[in-house]
Structures are given as C-alpha cells and as structure tokens.
Write a protein that binds this ligand. Sequence first.
Ligand code: MF3
Ligand code: CO
Length: 290
Amino acid sequence: MEKTERNAPCWCGSGKKYKYCHSAFDDKLKKFAAEPYPVPTRDLIKNEEQIEGIRASSKINIAVLDYVAEHIRMGMTTAEIDEMVYQKTTELGGVPAPLNYRGFPCSCCVSVNSVVCHGIPDDATYLENGDIVNVDISTIYNGYYSDSSRMFLIGDVNEEARRLVEVTKKSLEVGLKEVAPWKRLGDMGAAIHEYILQNGYTVVKEIGGHGVGLEFHEEPFVSYVSKRGTEMLLVPGMVFTIEPMVNMGADAIFIDEEDDWTVYTEDGSLSAQWEITVLVTEDGYEILTY
Ligand code: MF3
Ligand code: CO
C-alpha cells in the first residue's frame, strides 16, 4: 500500500484531504492485510464519479434486458435476440461489451437448456416450447461497464425446469445477505452453494463472477463454491457480479471444441443462471444491475 501524506488529496480522487477521507479506512485495511486472504487493491475501490458512471451504464443494461423480456418469443432464433440487443444498446448510446471481446462474435450470450453460459447466438437455433433460456447482456457506456443476465421461460415449461430457474434466482438473495463491508467474499459463495445443494442441484466451479466497472472483467474472481472466511475482503466501493451457474445434474461442464466458447453440462442436464451487479456500500450493498 502506498503511503499518502495526511494533508495531501486522498488517493480515491474525492478531492478531500487524505486525513478526512480514506486514512481511517487504510488503517483498518492494514489489519486485514495480515490475514492469509487478499484485500482489494485501490483500483478495485470505485469513487463517486466512477460509481455514477457504472450506474448510468447499468441503466442501459437493465433497459436492454427489459426490452428483451418484452419481445422474446417462441419460434424466434437466438440471432434475433442478438439483433435486438445490438439495436437497443446502440439506440441508448451504449456499446455491447461482448462484441469482438476476445473474438466473441455477437452482442450478447444466449444459453438454452443444457448450455451453461457463453452460448453464441445463431440463426439455426429456434426458441422452442418448454425451453429455459439465459440472455446475458453487458454494456459499455462512456467507458463504464455493466453486466447482468436473466432467465426466460418459453411457452409451457415443465415444473422441474421452472423450479431450477426459481431456486437459482432465489440463490442471489441468499448470497446478497452476505454482502457487507469487512466481510469475506467467500461467505457469499458459500451461502449460495449451501442453498443450491440443499435444493438438490449443483454449482459450476470453473466459471464464476468478477469485478466489473472500469473493465469488463476485473479482480476478484467470484466463486459460488467458496468457503466461509476465505477470499477477498469486501470494502465500500467494490463492484462485482453475482452470477451462479446451477445444474440440475452433475456440476461437470465442457467447452465446445469448434467455437471455443459455448459451455455445456457434461451430462446434458439443464442449467440456469441469473446475474446481478452489486456495489458494496458503507452499510451493505446496492444492486446496480438485475
Ligand atoms: N456476463 C458474461 C461474463 O461475465 C458475459 C460473457 S461475454 C463473452 O462472462 F463475450 F465473454 F462471452
Ligand atoms: Co458477468
């Protein structure tokens, strides 16, 4: 940790003197830094201006998901969803973050049934009666990133699949109860994992959430199979996603060898995911995207 002179401007960019701003915070952080698990670096702690930027980006992200929610229909191709996401995002002044990200060819991910995540929209995949579909949207606005995803039920979805989708959604609330400053991130992942296992499902281990805001994917990696008391310390100003991937069968997954993106359940069982972005505040959290 760099040392800041007490009367110098605070490193957070607030414009306040350090001694009146993050000085006490740094002292507190120092104690936690002695523990075996990481504390956030300063670039992971967003200031008011950056938070405002992420909020504005999030607003677009939510509006695009709302638009998809209104228009998604049985018989539509996943490419048509992608087209909607591109049109709506750009109409609102944003840029779809996935487009050309590490070679990703589309504006969003659409993951149907046994696709866990990172499904690439195409014009051969039609939404069919009974499908459960995740649409994952990420937006860049004014240089700030936001990220969220929702599940959609197509036509008559059977009771079993609906329960998977509901339990996965509920798990976010369970995780949120563990999000507060000076707690460990591992508590959140552990709470989600326990809840999912109690409901008879499994959680994907290899892929998780991430810090977000100034970049698409920032530290920390956010696991939903973590142990209590482990992982990064949560402090006010951190922004990260909660996005567990929940399988009806085994937790094992594989990646499509042809496209190098699409993630499937190994056993072909259904998989569900919901994603929100949260800000750690002085007394808990604020939901930025849903
Ligand atoms: N929300 C997803 C994630 O954070 C979006 C992936 S977009 C992709 O992983 F381009 F990386 F596929
Ligand atoms: Co994400």
